[in-house]
Write a protein that binds this ligand. Structure first.
Ligand code: PLP
Length: 395
């Protein structure tokens, strides 16, 4: 199928819910993607912070191929060795006792919110859930309601009850809203989609204290910030504020759609048999991807590398900000979850970089989000910075 036909056939049959770029991808290797005409792109978007090992990483590809030839799927009514191995390593890297596996970020957050609601059954009316403005938690009806962005709620009413929002980082506002009828507070320890917002450690500690005071569960949505992206295995490890429920997805399968949530033993019996589940979650293929991904991240020391490369890129971004103070408002982030806030809409900058074979993303209208694979090299970062420099000059 030629380039134009791929686009026209997709546009003809696929629901028009995505604003797509005119780019037809064929394959990838490392941090590079190749389009259907053989053009090479440097990828600093990584499929929305998913492809943490880049493309065609031999360990993950090999694990998936090998598992596909054995059992792709069997029901969770049976055991498999690969699931046992996957949940053990997830427990080790998250620092939690118990793991539940599902297929995407929205689904794992949905499960976490269900668990919080069930936890709230200990007291009458304890069902309020507080989340932050500018958050992003997914697109199921419950998780889009948890998402503190009114534009996602439009035309979807009636929404599930009991969700309320506070300004991210404002502890006074949260304090005013807290009560014994709150069953959970859900936050991203670094907001991704909302524009790469990093709260202070002090704020997270105060949120933890309020949750303890009112016996509410603290849920950290680390769907984007988890799995080494920020330079720690999970972003919560910077502040030392341990949530009651940790959710993860995006990077954990290095491109294979999977995710889960983690809790400690004290919450392990909130859900009884039959309270939650799923046909596909944690199936052998997903577990093979997870096990291979986490093992490779460990073996290649990619969490520390993400911290180093992130600091290197941040230094480069700060130089760009000094050079273009009238165009760049702020640069922020941790590890390889970085944002560059522009003074205006950023889409044209993304397009200018794409013409120079660099893929980046703009979120929240004017924040360039840079989330390359964790395997990115300093040379790749130099290349990306040079392309952005040139594009900013004309921006
Ligand atoms: C992407 C994302 C989600 C949703 O994940 P999906 O896999 O798209 O359902 C939820 N929370 C955060 C923080 C995300 O970045």
């Amino acid at each position: 199928m030629d380039y134009k036909t791929v686009i026209s056939e997709t546009e003809k049959y696929y629901l028009p819910v995505f604003g797509r770029y005119q780019l037809v991808l064929d394959h990838g290797k490392g941090c590079r993607l190749y389009d259907a005409e053989g053009n090479e792109y440097l990828d600093f978007f990584a499929g929305i912070a998913v492809n943490c090992l880049g493309y065609a990483h031999p360990a993950v590809t090999g694990a998936i191929l090998g598992q596909a030839a054995k059992i792709m799927h069997c029901s969770n009514l049976y055991y498999t060795a690969i699931q046992a191995k996957a949940v053990k390593v997830i427990s080790e890297v998250t620092g939690f006792d118990r793991i539940f596996l599902a297929n995407c970020g929205a689904e794992v957050n949905e499960g976490a919110l269900k668990l919080a609601r069930k936890y709230g059954k200990k007291a009458p009316g304890k069902y309020r859930i507080i989340t932050a403005m500018q958050s992003f938690h997914g697109r199921t009806l419950m998780t889009l309601t948890a998402t503190g962005q009114p534009n996602y709620h439009e035309d979807m009413e009636p929404l599930p009850e009991g969700l309320e929002y506070v300004t991210f980082g404002d502890i006074k506002e949260l304090e005013a809203k807290m009560g014994d009828d709150v069953c959970a507070v859900m936050l991203e320890p670094i907001q991704g989609e909302g524009g790469v917002h990093v709260p202070s450690d002090e704020y997270l500690r105060q949120v933890r204290a309020l949750c303890d005071k009112y016996d509410a569960l603290l849920i950290f949505d680390e769907v984007q910030s988890g799995v080494g992206r920020t330079g720690k295995w999970f972003a919560y490890m910077y502040s030392g504020v341990k949530p009651d429920i940790l959710t993860f997805a995006k990077g954990i399968g290095a491109g294979f759609p999977t995710g889960g949530f983690a809790i400690d033993e004290k919450l392990a019996h909130v859900f009884k048999h039959g309270d939650h589940g799923g046909t596909f979650g944690g199936n052998p293929l997903a577990c093979a991807a997870i096990y291979a991904t986490l093992t490779a991240i460990r073996a290649e020391n990619l969490v520390d590398k993400a911290a180093d490369r992130g600091a290197y890129m941040m230094a480069g971004l700060k130089k760009l900000q000094e050079k273009y103070p009238d165009k760049i408002k702020e640069v922020r982030g941790k590890g390889l979850l970085l944002g560059m806030e522009l003074v205006k809409e950023g889409r044209s900058l993304v397009e200018a970089c794409m013409k120079e074979y660099l893929l980046i993303n703009c979120t929240a209208g004017n924040v360039i989000r840079l989330v390359p694979p964790l395997i990115v090299s300093e040379e790749d970062i130099d290349t990306a910075l040079a392309v952005m420099d040139k594009a900013l000059a004309a921006f």
